[in-house]
Design a protein around this ligand. Structure first.
Ligand code: HPA
Length: 274
């Protein structure tokens, strides 16, 4: 795959350019709990993943898999409805391929959302957490392998993987709208198992506040690509050695849905100020 990697990116991006004239500088990955944001986008144009050359196609049921272009909070944006999870069996180059296409389309800002289990003892189900940093516990780094200098540097810093300016902006918007907004470190794991009580405990001890099965690969590649990243998690369940509730996918979705209006307020408010 690697030999044609750059050509594949260019081909996908060329196709998108033939479909969309006014390309955005802002991209959003809609995780569990932010799907409804689509309904707030004006002047929508959708491109199905299956129609984009070289684009992976999402497998999870209920995830349609398309790129939506339009206007939100007065800004041109593109949104990924459906993302590629490592646990589905995609390799890291596929999981992060859309980010490379965004890079080629000259996207400057990436907003990522996800559902996550909370380890921080102050967190409640339904809280939203701004990701201030992450711990990569995926078995693989998406930048492993040949580095293409035109895409980014061999050894990129991850010191400000989540841009402090964007975190401050989120705090401003949250306080203006009376939203409870937590801050925390996101631990990214391969999944698809939820954690054992000992694992939640371990992730808390090493400095994690929430854990999930996405986001970290995309954020690493977006940073390599020079984008400014903002990340947010909905806390859909809690984990730790004293917590007896058993997390399920249904419960995760239900909790994410409940937090959705707050997530949308935050995202829209941030875009307006960007
Ligand atoms: N663990 C991992 N991923 C998750 C969780 C969790 O508890 N909740 C939502 N996504």
């Amino acid at each position: 795959m690697e030999k044609n990697y750059l050509d594949k990116i260019k081909e996908s991006s060329f196709f998108i350019r033939t479909q969309v004239s006014d390309l955005p500088e802002i991209a959003i990955i809609l995780g569990t709990g932010l799907g409804d944001l689509i309904n707030h986008i004006e002047d929508k144009k959708a491109i199905e993943y299956k129609d984009i050359p070289n684009f992976p196609v999402s497998t999870v049921e209920g995830h349609s898999g398309r790129l939506i272009f339009g206007t939100l909070g007065g800004k041109r944006i593109m949104a990924m409805q459906g993302r590629f999870h490592y646990y589905e069996g995609y390799d890291m180059k596929d999981v992060t391929f859309p980010i490379r296409v965004m890079q080629n389309l000259k996207v400057k800002y990436l907003f990522v959302s996800n559902a996550a289990g909370g380890m921080n003892k102050e967190f409640k189900v339904g809280d939203i957490m701004v990701i201030t940093d992450h711990i990569n516990l995926f078995p693989e780094n998406p930048l492993r392998g040949r580095n293409f200098e035109e895409l980014g540097t061999r050894f990129p810093a991850m010191t400000e993987a989540y841009k402090p300016d964007l975190i401050n902006l989120a705090d401003e918007v949250a306080s203006k709208n009376n939203l409870r907004l937590m801050h925390g470190v996101y631990v990214g794991t391969a999944g698809p198992t939820f954690e054992t009580p000992a694992e939640y405990e371990y992730f808390r001890i090493i400095g994690g506040d929430a854990v999930g099965m996405s986001t970290v690969p995309e954020v690493i590649v977006a940073n390599h690509a020079g984008m400014s990243v903002f990340g947010i998690s909905v806390i859909t369940d809690l984990g730790g050695k004293d917590i007896k509730e058993i997390p399920t996918h249904e419960e995760v979705q239900r909790a994410a849905l409940k937090a959705q209006p707050n997530m949308i307020t935050l995202m829209k408010g941030m875009l307006e100020k960007l």
